[in-house]
Write a protein that binds this ligand. Structure first.
Ligand code: MD6
Ligand code: FE
Length: 221
């Protein structure tokens, strides 16, 4: 079988039922966990993005990232020629990042609790937008001040293949398909594992359109 129909079947076979899948010692995929929250999350996300729109940032090495970024919360993640860091101001507007909407904060703390991290209180939510072809190279999340808190990550829109590696860049990676509404929580001994996102395949999501949006909640400060 070839063409779009084959892809549809492949995706349907990969789609997992709701539940908690363990992907590491202290890492879980919560399938469909965000679905009951979507109607609360999307209007808040829209308000955040009206204030701090997506923009493509440049890495310290001079590469423009294919994913476009924004943030909300007390701290937002930024990269430019000076390096990767968290800042209290949106560099584009020189104003504070939009505050983290209560619904987003509540969502993230509940998801973390579900995965065994009951004390999570994020102060940063990084928002990534991927159009087809956009990707995220293997990286570690290590700009946060402490690694005791987990990261909670929500996938919206087009599916993605998430790469979950080890503690060395060269370690073998697991490929994990993430669909609209899936949540990944990881922390503890897994907090600094390398991870990335393969190039997003062409498609149009019925709710989100031709894009994938990923929210990652962290305690940064
Ligand atoms: C993404 N996510 O899924 C990129 N980082 O689009 C991340 O880089 C990430 O999903 C830390 C923890 C969870 C993540
Ligand atoms: Fe990351």
């Amino acid at each position: 079988m070839h063409g779009p129909t084959a892809d549809l079947f492949a995706d349907a076979a990969l789609q997992q039922p709701p539940g908690r899948e363990q992907i590491g010692e202290e890492s879980y995929v919560l399938r469909g966990y965000a679905l009951p929250w979507i109607d609360r999350l999307l209007p808040e996300l829209r308000r955040v993005l009206a204030q701090s729109p997506f923009r493509q940032m440049v890495t310290p090495g001079g590469f423009t990232m294919s994913a476009a970024l924004s943030s909300c919360g007390a701290l937002g993640w930024t990269t430019d020629s000076a390096g990767y860091r968290y800042t209290p101001l949106d560099p584009r507007s020189q104003q504070p990042w939009p505050t983290m909407p209560d619904a987003l904060h509540e969502f993230a703390t509940r998801a973390a609790t579900e995965a065994g991290f009951p004390d999570f209180s994020p102060d940063a939510c990084l928002i990534n937008r991927y159009v087809p072809g956009a990707k995220m190279s293997l990286h570690q999340d290590k700009n946060e001040r402490s690694y005791t808190a987990p990261v909670v990550s929500v996938s919206l829109g087009l599916p993605a293949i998430f790469l979950f590696g080890g503690h060395e860049r060269s370690d073998k990676t697991q490929k994990i398909s993430l669909f609209h509404g899936d949540v990944v929580v990881w922390g503890g001994v897994d907090r600094l594992r390398f991870h990335g996102v393969m190039p997003i395949k062409e498609g149009v999501h019925p709710i989100m359109g031709p894009q994938r949006i990923n929210l990652t909640f962290r305690t940064a400060g």
